[in-house]
Design a protein around this ligand. Sequence first.
Ligand SMILES: [Zn+2]
Length: 229
Amino acid sequence: MKTLPLLTELTGVSAFSTCAGFNICTYAGGDRDMADADLRQLERLTGIDRSNMRFPVQTHTAEVRLADRPLDGVDGVVCTAPGMLIGVHTADCLPLLMADVKAGVTAAVHCGWRGTADGIAANAVELMVSAGADTCHIVAAMGPCICADCFEVGEEVACRFPDAAVIRRPGAKPHVDLYRAVAMQLEAAGIRAITPPPACTMTDPRFYSVRRQGRSLTMRTLSAITLSL
Ligand SMILES: [Zn+2]
């Protein structure tokens, strides 16, 4: 399996996005045998057993929960258990990974447009802090997502975002800058160490994109984080 490392300069944390050809997401229709084989690959790569991995069943909410709670219908997970890996599935939406290595708190958050408009990044920071993290020590890295140039939306979507995260040109539909929208929530929460997305999913075939590959796409990029490596 190929992966793109994120947060590489940080010791004590391993964070990465997987490249196309790998899929462990089954609730979007992904093949169960492929998911099982790829989960085995992920176990080999990380040295972590699947019983110590948590992936929410995402539904475009703004809800974030601790990793030891039921994760059906939530879009972010916060973890304090050493040696546990958490991750989110995306294919254009913005995967946000965060860590306070000192406090031993990590987060993996699926920032789609709905969740972002409803403040999911801010919710994730709040839950990290209540789990013992300090915003001064939190570092945030974003995985590959659709860039502002590619993310054309309707006015009903654009109006849910702050002006600074919307690009308007005369005679054209608005574009939403998911990176800016998420970064604004993190900055407002006091986080300064923010690494922007390394690639645009729409134009970079290394990553899955619903906009490029169509709504019937069943595979998702995994962005995951663990403090154990
Ligand atoms: Zn793009």
